[in-house]
Design a protein around this ligand. Sequence first.
Ligand code: AQP
Length: 359
Amino acid sequence: RRVILSGIQPTGIPHLGNYLGALSNWVKLQKSAGKDDILLFTVVGWHALTLPQDPSTLRSTRDDMLAILLAIGLDPEQSILFHQNHVSSEAVQCVRLAQRSQNPHHMELYWILNCLTPTGKLRRMTTWKSRLAASRNANSEDEIDESLLNSGLLTYPVLQAADILVYRTTHVPVGEDQSQHLELTRDLAETFNRTFKGKTPLFPLPISIDAPSKRILSLRDPTSKMSKSSPDTASRILFTDTASQIKSKVKSAVTDSIHGISYDPIARPGTSNLLTILAACTDSDAPDVAKLYECKGHGQLKDDVVDAIEEMLRGPRAEFERIKREKLYLDDVARRGALKAMEHSSATIQEVKMCMGLA
Ligand code: AQP
């Protein structure tokens, strides 16, 4: 039986990169899941706190993110949809009523795993190194000053490991950018199993489900990825963008002045990014799409990219607008999801505590 888990931070409305690189794969996984598979998709509010968040914005973005998961076709009857932080607070209230144990599961396991993680290993994470580099650029000093960064940024890969292991997840759909974190998760699972020997190893070593890697780049700076937190709003297409917003952002996307269209991510990152987007929207391969445009110009390519994105997003966008007004329904989905998730995580936490002498 496969236990599959993935999550998204409620740090803003998801963009085309989140959709093509992650969310659309979750829907495919749901469609192809066997009847014994357990699928868990979570809005990871704890992770969002590694960067400053405005509380009222965070509250509404968390709701929006759940509405988006429903709007794209994730079905709460087939997949467990939940807020990561509910498994440690709101759901506890329900569980208390049901006279079941109360456990802040993700956070408890996070602390336990933190205590098994050498800090040197976390400092070698490429995500940490790029945060350090970004902080150095922002301060334009040669010395890298770690003291400017909060410790959550250093240790959040351990929280990801806890998210995965607390459900004894066996398969994780991750992109290339997350493979180092999954490796850490496997190391921690192995360390735990070795250190606290039970009759059988407590944690499976989760493997990645190869999600076809569709890294979508910024429309303004195609050397960096499209991101929710980039200050330049024209750099990303949001899930909620209207047809005219999509058009103006794609039309102003940075490309190059080379004649004709070809797929060459190194020499032509902007043009190749548009081809990647067009290919992903139409379920084809970017190099194949490029051949169709060999003799065409950037104007034609951009027009077709605009049409393909609008065609793909129109339905889910309308569905999101409808679902987001149904606050009671959203709360109910979140509550039921958290309870179902806790059924799995509470058994893990109890066994972990038994193994460690904490029960
Ligand atoms: N540009 C991208 N192309 C393809 N996939 C992407 N993902 C993110 N950006 C791209 C994938 O989306 C999933 C959820 O991401 P997340 O919100 O949990 O965190 P993130 O990777 O940090 O995404 P953002 O948009 O860059 O958010 P901020 O700016 O808040 O940090 C992940 O599977 C991720 O790989």
